[in-house]
Design a protein around this ligand. Structure first.
Ligand code: 6PG
Length: 477
């Protein structure tokens, strides 16, 4: 019997994905650059389903039923190109290569185009949920052709996470790089979520004066409410963990330098290119980068801060409630920014992405899964052409209710000298969007002054220039 799907690249993600297919009744061909991994998988997990181990690329391809479905789970970048070059010559028209790595969508577009010329479907697919997700059900974001989704969709639906209403967390996101683009933005939002949670933690620690264990309990209680999410849940786990070697809170013995593999950075780079203000996501990326500058931080430790004290115990609980409001409001903003970027990408690359469907497939399986995504799904269902999540009445009402506390938290953070770039950027975005007038008018005046860059008027059509160096009369440009 031939395999319905094959997985090459059997590191932890590939291995778990292969097992997931097998556990769901599919016959799975296996291939890895070093064959020992392939054998190990069969030895350890062979009972879980039907695996067809292949030693060579040729054997692997021969093991697959046609049209072939070949999943590559290797490191994004050159390794992906190398694997494609190895397999593409062995494939035939109609076959599919599914790239489940965190590829840059521009690479995916290039690969898709090259392979399309050979009649091969290249399906750049975002997969989120880490190791556990790959095994038990990830959120899956495939791009590529409609034809390839017709063949792959039912299988992906089977192995994907299911939302609480039973809906599979997979949809055909759009052509060529759309899936990897959406996965990239997912990760940008993931960075923002993590940064906002980090700021909430730091405020509870430094302003409320709470211990990590106490803060873990607060996160646990938040996880019962509207912030219910995987990231809040694991935050409580991490904060309550005690280091076995020292007996100290785990969070106190880990070096405070956050690393990154690049997808958050890409989200911001691409947003800059598309002209989309993702300030909250950008602050999250910069915060990781700043944390990593150990020398710069060491050289700055002498800088003066405020002399404010932590709140008295009697005020701490009320402050914690305000932090929850600030976190929630900031979260609405970072999702607003992320969805704006998806809409802009969709427009630029003609992907026709359904934002509501994206929210729907993020409800389960992925790292940012949260009860909150139900709300976003509902907002897009109520109004598919929603310009901004903030224009949704329910979100607007929630922010309206949260904003006094949100502002108060930022006041406290500023007075205490606790860095809260995520909360602050989110609030600035919110205030800028709702402002009647922005100082951009002044910027235009300055540009016109030093460079005759011209400006438009509020009362008349056309472009104008003021003769700043002369009699300051206005001319039509
Ligand atoms: C996921 C994650 C995953 C990502 C890690 C690490 O959706 O399962 O986004 O794809 O690789 O979160 O990302 P950083 O190393 O950049 O933090």
């Amino acid at each position: 019997t031939k395999a319905q799907i094959g997985v090459t690249g059997l590191a932890v993600m590939g291995r778990n994905l292969a097992r997931n297919f097998a556990r769901n009744g599919y016959t799975v061909a296996l291939h890895n650059r070093t064959a020992s991994r392939t054998h190990q998988l069969v030895e350890e997990f062979g009972e879980e389903g039907i695996f067809v181990p292949a030693g060579t690329a040729e054997e692997f391809v021969a093991a697959l039923e046609r049209p072939r479905r070949l999943v590559i789970m290797v490191k994004a970048g050159e390794a992906t190109d190398a694997v494609i070059q190895e397999f593409a010559p062995l494939l035939e028209s109609g076959d599919m290569i599914i790239d489940g790595g965190n590829a840059h969508f521009a690479d995916t577009r290039r690969r898709e185009k090259e392979l399309r010329e050979k009649g091969i479907h290249f399906v750049g697919t975002g997969i989120s949920g880490g190791e556990e997700g790959a095994l038990h059900g990830p959120s899956i974001m495939p791009g590529g052709s409609v034809e390839s989704y017709a063949s792959l969709g039912p299988m992906l639906e089977k192995i994907s996470a299911k939302a609480k209403d039973g809906a599979p967390c997979v949809t055909h996101v759009g052509p060529d790089g759309a899936g990897h683009f959406v996965k990239m933005v997912h990760n940008g939002i993931e960075y923002a979520d993590m940064q906002l949670i980090g700021e909430a933690y730091q405020l509870l620690r430094d302003v409320a004066g709470y211990s990590p264990a106490r803060i873990a309990d607060i996160f646990r209680s938040w996880n019962e409410g509207r912030l219910d999410s995987y990231l809040i849940e694991i935050t409580a786990e991490v904060l309550s963990h005690v280091d076995a070697a020292t007996g100290e809170p785990f969070v106190d013995i880990v070096q405070d330098q956050a690393e990154q593999k690049g997808t958050g950075r890409w989200t911001v780079q691409i947003a800059l290119d598309l002209g989309v203000p993702v300030s909250g996501i950008a602050e999250a990326v910069f915060a990781r980068s700043l944390s990593g500058h150990a020398d710069l931080r060491a050289a700055s430790r002498h800088l003066a801060g405020p002399s404010a004290l932590a709140l008295p115990e009697s005020e701490a609980a009320a402050f914690a409630d305000r932090v929850e409001q600030a976190l929630y409001a900031s979260k609405i903003v970072s999702y607003t920014q992320g969805f704006h970027e998806i809409a802009a990408g969709s427009e630029t690359y003609d992907w026709d992405i359904d934002s509501g469907a994206v929210a729907r497939i993020w409800r389960g399986g992925c790292i940012i899964r949260a009860a909150f995504l139900d709300r976003i799904t509902a907002a897009y269902e109520a109004e598919p052409g929603l310009v901004s999540l903030l224009s949704d009445k329910e979100f607007a009402d929630e922010i309206a209710a949260a904003q006094d506390d949100w502002r108060a938290v930022l006041v406290a953070a500023t007075i205490q000298g606790v860095p809260t770039p995520g909360f602050a950027a989110a609030l600035a975005y919110y205030d800028a969007l709702r402002a009647e007038r922005l100082p951009a008018a002044l910027t235009q005046g300055q540009r016109d002054f030093f460079g005759a860059h011209t400006y438009r008027r509020t009362d008349r059509e056309g472009s104008f220039h003021t003769l700043w160096g002369g009699d300051r009369s206005e001319v039509e440009a």
